[in-house]
Write a protein that binds this ligand. Sequence first.
Ligand code: C2E
Ligand code: MG
Ligand code: MG
Ligand code: MG
Length: 283
Amino acid sequence: SVKTTGKRNYRFYDQKFYDALMASLRQESELRHAIDHDQFVLHYQPRVDISTGVTSSMEALVRWAHPLRGLVEPSEFIPIAEDTGLILPLGELIIDKVCAQLAFWARSGQELVPVSVNVSPRQFSEANMATVIRSAIERNGLEPSLIEIELTESSMLTDTDELTETIAAIRGMGVKLLVDDFGTGYSSLSQLQRLDVDVLKVDRAFTAELGKTEQGKVFFTAIVTMAHALGMRVVAEGVESEAQLRILKSLRCDEIQGYFVSRPLPPTDTQPILPKWFLPSAL
Ligand code: C2E
Ligand code: MG
Ligand code: MG
Ligand code: MG
């Protein structure tokens, strides 16, 4: 009867819900175990000044060195970490790793450039980010200007007093603030100016349009004009070709990041591109 079918469907749904719940609990406990056993590594991708070829910074990008699965991409576990709150201990671990790496490079007499760290919105609202950053910097005996923070434009949507205060505290230490994935969110000019943002990192979707449509150029031209008027620098993310670099240079974009310069690299491989990358000579 209709009633029986309905009941079966309900049970079927219930089983699927139960399986999904179990899977997510398993993922959570696996991730917790990975944090406790320090199964994370950071790769570093340079950001290069277009006019000089100098590497101005490197972005730290986390990977999970999984004992069975190998290096797992952040898109597979950062969302779980965010949902479960594990992003708080993981985020602290990452900031600490970055600072320890910088201290190691300094001790071994290698080239030092600042490192930018991605921070999730939840870290900003629930952890005392300014304290977390300050203590990691002090514990490792670093200059605060060696650390930069990347906050996605969409995470600035909830424009609370708390966000403003935390950012002010971080900026007050001498730590730079970058807006990540710019162009995909809805930040206002007044917000960017009030928060004292240093750098706009334009999302790679816009870079991908360069050379394909006029739209891409129009977008970058508008961003660069606005950013420069407000004293901010502009970085194009996801630059994969010399053609894109040429267009970006003609549009007065300040810096590039992307596979055309380098893929993210393990820390042992970063030295050759520091301090200067070989800009294509024809530029
Ligand atoms: P994101 O911060 O926008 O980082 C840039 C992403 O683009 C990285 O992916 C990088 O490997 C990739 N990429 C760089 N150049 C190119 C290019 O030329 N072409 C293409 N197609 N891709 C390029 P990845 O490492 O998989 O990281 C993805 C996202 O995961 C990051 O986006 C960031 O939002 C998040 N993430 C990474 N590390 C961390 C972290 O330590 N903490 C937090 N909270 N999030 C992180
Ligand atoms: Mg980033
Ligand atoms: Mg980005
Ligand atoms: Mg992204």
